[in-house]
Design a protein around this ligand. Structure first.
Ligand SMILES: [Zn+2]
Ligand SMILES: [Zn+2]
Length: 250
């Protein structure tokens, strides 16, 4: 499995990265985890505009889903339209919310381009991948994912505060893409986001092969986020996510 970080900026795009988007490829199949603000542009540095086979949205905050609006235009009105519909796995309210974000009638909404599939906790197949989705701790319906293929695995936190479910999803994975939105300090808010230290504690509990800190908020000093992570008791490699970084697993 090949994992490409398309966007890793937290809450809004930064100067060097769009908001959340991760490209997972295996057997020629291309799956996106999130399609946040700005990510559709950077995605085209890695694959063709129409090469996406499926999309999974962790939750419906703008920095994780908003470029579905532009992608709907591309697939509905592009030069060879209509393009085949692709599945979009997303929280329950996605068809209505995305239609509202675009300013289009709810019927048919974006169903001309996408087949929305309602996410629920559990295991399901997407192309050659096996996915596990679990509810994480964020103010809206939000999922973390484990994606498996051919003996390799990656986990993605989405947005979450400390989460036992995330530890379960990440258990023994080769790579954990874990959000680290906060600079560490005492009494961080719960059920919202995590610091680098908390991300590393999750990586240690789940015994993952590598920790990549992501959802990096542009107003933070990222060196401090990385430094915070060294205090989380995790002994494996830790690095900051970077738009364009590629991880070949297996
Ligand atoms: Zn976010
Ligand atoms: Zn969020």
């Amino acid at each position: 499995m090949k994992v490409t970080i398309v966007g890793c900026s937290g809450s809004f795009p930064g100067p060097d990265s769009p908001a959340s988007c991760y490209l997972l490829e295996a057997e020629g199949f291309r799956l996106l985890l999130d399609l946040g603000s700005g990510s559709l542009g950077a995605l085209q540095r890695h694959i063709g505009l129409y090469d996406v086979d499926a999309i999974c949205l962790s939750h419906l905050h703008a920095d994780h889903c908003l470029d579905l609006c532009g992608y709907h235009v591309a697939r509905t009105y592009g030069p060879a339209a209509p393009y085949p519909k692709i599945p979009v796995y997303a929280p329950a309210d996605a068809p209505r919310r995305m239609a509202a974000a675009y300013g289009m009638p709810e019927e048919p909404g974006m169903e001309t381009a996408f087949d929305f599939v309602r996410l629920a906790p559990g295991i399901f197949e997407v192309g050659p991948f096996t996915l596990a989705a679990g509810l994480v701790n964020h103010p809206v319906e939000a999922y973390g994912f484990r994606v498996m293929h051919g003996g390799t695995s990656v986990a993605y936190s989405g947005d979450t505060g400390e989460s036992a479910e995330l530890v379960k999803l990440a258990e023994g994975t080769d790579l954990l893409l874990c959000e680290a939105s906060f600079l560490d300090k005492p009494d961080l808010p719960t059920d919202l986001h995590m610091s680098g230290r908390q991300a590393a504690e999750h990586a240690a509990k789940a015994d993952v092969g590598r920790l990549v800190l992501t959802h990096l908020v542009p107003w933070n000093d990222q060196n401090r986020v990385l430094e915070d992570a060294t205090r989380g008791g995790y002994g494996g490699p830790i690095e900051l996510a970077r738009s364009g970084a590629v991880y070949e697993l297996g």
